[in-house]
Design a protein around this ligand. Structure first.
Ligand SMILES: [Zn+2]
Length: 817
């Protein structure tokens, strides 16, 4: 074997990016042009003990158009490669910049086989006591085994796993053979359909297996839960998986395109879910709800299940060509998740739910200086994780709704069918899709797509009233003079009733006569509009006192969200905003709007909260007519109450554990929050709460997190220092929680010193962590800091790093106050 620092071989010239670390777009294109008919046969030996290595073998078959050098990806140290044979001969390969390079002389035109014996990299094996799971999206297959890591080289995978006899093992396909010997089990799985590397997955460990029959289909679930109330929820989960599959089959006209459907519910899982074919992973907290779930929690679970199921067609069956288009799979998953959820919750107002979920979340990122376009350039796969965020998950479905509105539902559905059948088991770009849709529409979809998809930001839409004329002007806060074509309703309210006008804002300005007798002009009353809507002064004054009187629920939600955007834009003061929210809270009867209010209360409460205000919230937490609202208000008090009286009350509730709605998780959070505010009771709160937890996975989590709420500053500092090491961030949700408690509002001044080192490690966090973690890390570190000192720390950090990677800097700018 030969290790070289820099390779310049054969046809490769000076600034060739093919040997860059990661997977450059140049390397991917070159491989796509020259490599075909790809097959991986993989074998992993998984020891029972977490600290013993996983040994592996890979046999990679592929066809070459011509004899040439072959560049594989393996993001691990060279020492982990033990042997390489190419076409039956021992190979003197090179290893550099995360690539294993097979010289041209070993290869031939046509069929080739590379056989590698290696020790698997640990980063994406997620090894825990008693179980492990792979999570390889977006470019992490190359951390586990040598491969061609790029979504458009789809391959057949055949997997063999050797595991302890008592363990279960799950992968993308059914088990073909199973051999038991001396306490070990050798499992061979059937070959997969063509899959991108990021969709290959396996899980092994002590897991319970439960089966469900739906027509001729068997769905299996694997989990580690011991609480019976939680396990019983599998019935609902199975039904929703089955309904989602049926809905997608019916809509697309394409039967489920993979061999089987299994789901694995895992504690400490980084995301809500991940759509591996035949082995979809889910986070246990999103799936197993507490005894008294709120409507939001139930809807979120269904949306998650529907989202991952929709991915089987959008993402798995047809996959983006490169990760710059990763949003195309997320937009469809969320767009169809909303439609599937609608059929499963007929009693819910889904127009309202959609703006509450997608629009609000999209605005929350789009209003920040760190926002990005839906489509972003990606020069190297190693930055693919930074492409993800609320813009692709939530702004993209808002855009998609507008696209369907322009095209018409039937033409859209036809286009989708054509797209899926044209690119079945293959790859497609957004432009491929738009070309299909454009042919079915009279409008210029490419132009529409250009501003909504390729440009960042949102319009400011200002209403002004002059005598009997209303002028609506949209402006581009980024000063590019962009116009976002869109339609929305405006309602004129007068003494003699209401008049609704549909505004088609296709240019910068829209002018209309104000109907006689109009008192106020309500913008965006159907919630379809997207941006910061600034009403006329008179209307704003009226809304702050009366928004809650609006009868139509979608309109009420939309107006509430509009006021919130005005508050975030500092056009409304804290105390005025607080009053407006409280006025709405006491009379609200819709659980989704009430939950939106509860979510908004935290901000102004921290700024202008008083004992009297907390008292009012206590009253509502007991007597509000919506049960889930009472629970959400309790949670609001648990994380925000400061008055001594409130704290004593919370402590009493925690001690007695007789609250009708709070769950074990709530009491655990309460113990953390109270320990922070009542440091003299830290020992008792933590000691007793630990003794109440039954599930061993949750005790491990508790032991990890509880040190972060210690009143001892030496302990705090040592927890912080430990989080700077990747090995202590292995279970990301735990690390995130600990970091957030270290930077708790009650510690704002002390914790300023964590900001610089917390930012210094961010690039490392991105390198070693999964997709959503860089932003979650930045958020946990910064969300509670509002001081000038904190702001200076962030500015000083970027001054000291003028060439900081833009995508990562944006993650910070999205969360900084
Ligand atoms: Zn997704």
């Amino acid at each position: 074997m030969m290790v070289v620092a820099l390779m310049l071989a054969g046809c490769m010239q000076g600034d060739d990016r093919r040997y860059d670390e990661g997977v450059s777009v140049e390397l991917a294109q070159w491989r796509k042009e020259t490599i075909g008919d790809l097959r991986y046969a993989l074998r992993f030996d998984i020891p029972e003990r977490r600290d013993e290595a996983v040994e592996g073998e890979a046999s990679i078959g592929f066809a070459l158009k011509r004899r040439q050098e072959v560049v594989l990806d393996f993001r691990e140290s060279a020492e982990r490669i033990h042997q390489v044979r190419v076409n039956g001969r021992a190979c003197d390969y090179a290893f550099a910049n995360e690539h294993l390079i097979v010289p041209r002389r070993y290869t031939r035109r046509g069929e080739n086989r590379v056989e590698i014996i290696f020790t698997a990299g640990e980063q994406s094996l997620n090894r825990n006591e008693e179980y492990l799971y792979t999570l390889l999206v977006p470019d992490r297959a190359r951390t586990v085994f040598p491969c061609f890591e790029q979504p458009n080289l789809k391959a057949e995978f055949t997997l063999q796993l050797e595991v302890p006899e008592a363990w279960e093992a799950v992968s993308n396909t059914e088990v073909e053979t199973l051999l038991v010997m001396e306490g070990r089990k050798l499992i061979t799985f059937k070959p997969t359909e063509p899959l991108s590397t990021y969709l290959f997955s396996f899980v092994a460990g002590r897991l319970q297996r439960v089966e469900y029959q739906d027509g001729g289909r068997t769905i299996a679930a694997y989990h580690r839960e011991v609480d019976e109330q939680k396990v019983a929820q599998l019935d609902v989960i199975f039904e929703q998986v089955a309904s989602s599959l049926r809905w997608m089959e019916e809509y697309t006209g394409i039967p489920y395109p993979f061999a089987k459907y299994s789901l694995i519910i895992l504690p400490g899982f980084q995301y809500g879910g991940m759509e591996h074919t035949g082995a979809t992973l889910y986070n246990d907290r999103s799936m197993f709800l507490s005894e008294h779930p709120t409507l939001d929690e139930e809807l979120a679970r269904t949306e998650l299940i529907a989202h991952e199921t929709a991915h089987m067609w959008f993402g798995d069956y047809v996959t983006m060509d490169w990760f710059d288009d990763v949003w195309t799979k997320e937009v469809f998953a969320n767009y169809f998740a909303a439609r599937i959820t609608e059929t499963l919750f007929p009693e819910v107002n889904h127009e309202l739910n959609s703006i509450k979920n997608y629009t609000a979340s999209a605005l929350s990122e789009d209003r920040t200086p760190g926002t990005n376009a839906i489509r972003q350039d990606l020069d190297n796969l190693r930055h693919a994780g930074l492409i993800y965020g609320s813009i692709i998950y939530n702004k993209a479905p808002v855009m998609m709704d507008k696209l369907v509105e322009i095209m018409g539902e039937e033409a859209f559905r036809e286009g989708i069918h054509e797209y899926l059948t044209t690119f079945a088991y293959g790859n497609a770009t957004w432009d491929d899709l738009i070309a299909i849709l454009d042919a079915k529409s009279e409008d210029d979809l490419a132009a529409f797509s250009d501003v909504w998809v390729n440009q960042k930001g949102m319009p400011h839409i200002t209403f002004t009233e002059e005598e009997d004329t209303l002028t609506i002007v949209q402006s581009d806060p980024w000063e590019r003079s962009l116009v976002w074509p869109q339609s929305f309703d405006v309602t004129f309210v007068g003494n003699d009733g209401e008049r609704v006008v549909e505004v088609n804002l296709s240019s910068e300005r829209f002018v209309t006569a104000i109907p006689e007798g109009s008192e106020v002009i309500l913008p965006n009353t159907d919630g379809r509009g997207y941006g910061l809507f600034v009403p006329t002064e008179k209307t704003m004054g009226w809304l702050l006192g009366h928004w809650q009187e609006t009868e139509n629920e979608t309109t009420r939600q939309s107006l509430l969200m509009m006021l919130y955007e005005n508050y975030k834009a500092e056009l409304i003061e804290d105390s005025v905003w607080m009053d407006a929210l409280m006025r709405g809270l006491v009379v609200e009867r819709n659980p989704l709007i009430a939950s939106t209010i509860c979510g908004y209360l935290g901000g102004p409460l921290r700024e202008v909260g008083t004992e009297e205000l907390e008292e009012l919230l206590w009253q509502q937490a007991q007597r509000h007519s919506i049960a889930s609202c009472r629970l959400q208000l309790m949670r609001l008090l648990i994380s925000n109450a400061k008055a001594p009286r409130s704290l004593e009350r919370l402590y009493g509730i925690w001690e007695q554990q007789t609250h009708p709605q709070l769950s074990e998780r709530d009491y655990t959070n309460m113990a953390y929050e109270l320990a922070l505010r009542m440091p003299q009771r830290y020992e008792q709160l933590i000691g007793e709460q630990r003794s109440r937890i039954g599930n061993p996975d949750r005790i491990r989590e508790f032991d990890f997190v509880c040190r972060a709420v210690s009143p001892d500053t030496l302990t705090m500092d040592s927890v912080f220092v430990s989080l700077l090491k990747a090995e202590n961030r292995r279970v990301e949700p735990w690390a995130e929680k600990a970091l957030a408690y270290l930077n708790h509002p009650s510690r704002e001044a002390y914790a300023v010193k964590y900001i610089r080192p917390g930012l210094e490690v961010l690039q490392e966090v991105q390198r070693t962590g999964d997709i959503f973690f860089p932003k979650k890390w930045a958020n946990a570190l910064l969300k509670n800091h509002r001081s000038d000192e904190a702001r200076h720390e962030v500015e000083a950090f970027f001054d000291a790093h003028p060439d900081y990677p833009v995508l990562l800097k944006n993650k910070v700018l999205q969360v900084v106050n």
